[in-house]
Design a protein around this ligand. Structure first.
Ligand SMILES: C=C(O[C@@H]1C=C(C(=O)O)C=C[C@H]1O)C(=O)O
Length: 117
């Protein structure tokens, strides 16, 4: 039985038990991927915090739209190769970058650097 196909008829209790075990196994894999995503994001934020401190020290603007445009182009390409919706990849990056810029503005304000857009 393919897990992606709905059961043709009401499953018996043995089939249901099997399906529930399958569900548990797949969910374990999902949990592993979610944990990896969190660790990768934490790693990414460590680097972006470095960038934020560097920008604040040198009066550089928090956002860099040219860099973001290059990242979007690259990630959309990678998403297509990975059979992931490029729109989703772009939205996901945008969500993360918005948080990063928020951090950068806060670092600049906290260090008394001249606020830049
Ligand atoms: C991290 C930077 O700052 C901002 C955040 C970015 C990101 O999270 O990737 C990219 C460009 C900037 O708008 C950077 O300039 O590299």
């Amino acid at each position: 039985m393919d897990v992606n196909e709905p059961a043709a008829a009401a499953p018996n209790s043995e089939e249901t038990a099997w399906a529930l075990r399958q569900l548990e196994n797949i969910r374990e894999s999902i949990d592993n991927v979610d944990a990896a995503l969190i660790h990768l994001l934490a790693e990414r934020f460590k680097f972006t915090q470095q960038v934020g401190r560097l920008k604040a020290r040198h009066g550089l603007p928090a956002a860099d739209l040219d860099r973001e445009a290059r990242q979007i182009k690259r990630l959309r390409g990678l998403a297509e190769e990975a059979h992931l919706d490029p729109e989703f990849a772009e939205k996901f990056l945008g969500f993360i970058v918005a948080e990063v810029i928020h951090h950068h503005v806060k670092i600049a304000n906290d260090t008394g650097a001249i606020p830049t857009p």
